[in-house]
Design a protein around this ligand. Structure first.
Ligand code: HSE
Length: 313
């Protein structure tokens, strides 16, 4: 096995999409890469790009831990392992960097050990390790995903995002840690708020799969989590408002923030939407990175297989 190497590409993800708290996610064309190589002994992790100075490179590294889970399950124990992580997804910004780290480790190790685990087994493992099925499902499967825990397993459904959809992200230069953003949520919510979200999540999935963009502004509204997180996410309401004013079809907090994503199907509107969101954050003294991202449709895939081929298109 020594010398065998794979390179896996994993997309960023935006979960919740407004009302779909913990169940909806969209994979985005912004990628981390995991190069995993079997070496004669030891383990070595190097990280370059986003998060390079803060991501651990010892045995606690998430990608390495995920890989070890798969090698254990596949009863394949490489003598040593070298991981080279090249990250474009900024950590702690609500774009699924932890999910990408876990999914990258699982998929790369599975590819190096005969691909014995199915996609559904990988989804369950990833959910168990990351704790956020709504991020790991789109990272693994690509596209628009609906995922729910069902007993001890997860049910994940991949749907095709509509043609021409673009996501303009406003990624402010502040970290929001998911653990803190979950700790501020109430234990109970008003029945009317649950009903508000229930209708919108159904409308949102329908609107996206049918390309009925006129519904998105209403369909992406939320009452279950965004208002409780407002104090952790600088300018949340103002940034969403600025995106809608600049012509976005809909906008919402990405995951637990602080990134906001705004959807459009008009490439010419992406520039004013990004400018509007930057201006709203600028008023608070915050700078932001505002990339326009296309939905990723493939999910985690192998850009270089152990025999030199490629599975990603
Ligand atoms: N659905 C989760 C939350 C995503 O909003 O807390 C965390 O990335």
């Amino acid at each position: 096995m020594s010398g065998r190497k794979v390179i896996v590409r994993v997309p960023a993800t935006s979960s919740n999409l407004g009302p779909g708290f913990d169940c909806l996610g969209l994979a985005l064309g912004l990628y981390n890469f995991v190069e995993m190589k079997v070496v004669p002994e030891g383990s070595e992790v190097t990280v370059q790009g986003e998060g390079a100075s803060e991501i651990p490179t010892d045995e606690s590294n998430l990608t390495l831990r995920a890989a070890r889970r798969v090698f254990d399950l596949n009863r394949a124990h490489p003598a040593g392992l070298s991981l080279r992580l090249t990250n474009n997804i900024p950590p702690a910004r609500g774009l699924g960097s932890s999910a990408a780290a876990v999914v990258g480790g699982l998929v790369a190790a599975n590819a190096l050990s005969g691909s014995r685990l199915s996609s559904s087994e990988l989804l369950n493992l990833a959910g168990e390790m990351d704790g956020h099925l709504d991020n790991v499902a789109p990272a693994l499967l690509g596209g628009l995903t609906v995922v729910v825990p069902d007993g001890t397993a997860a049910l994940g459904l991949r749907l095709e995002p509509p043609a021409g959809l673009l996501a303009v992200a406003a990624v402010p230069a502040v970290n929001v840690y998911t653990s803190r953003a979950r700790a501020v949520l109430p234990r109970e919510v008003p029945f009317a708020d649950a009903v508000f979200n229930l209708g919108r999540v159904a409308l949102l999935v329908g609107a996206l799969t049918e390309g009925r963009f006129e519904f998105l502004a209403s369909a992406m509204a939320d009452r279950l989590h965004q208002k409780y997180r407002e104090h952790l996410v600088p300018g949340l309401t103002g940034v969403i408002g600025a995106a809608l004013k600049a012509g976005a079809l809909g906008a919402a907090l990405s995951g637990s923030g602080p990134t906001v994503i705004a959807l459009t199907n008009d490439p010419e509107k992406a520039v004013p939407i990004a400018a509007g969101m930057r201006e709203a954050l600028g008023k608070l003294g915050l700078s932001a990175w505002t990339p326009t991202l296309v939905p990723d449709r493939e999910g985690a895939c192998t850009v270089e297989t152990a025999d030199g081929g490629a599975i990603c298109s």
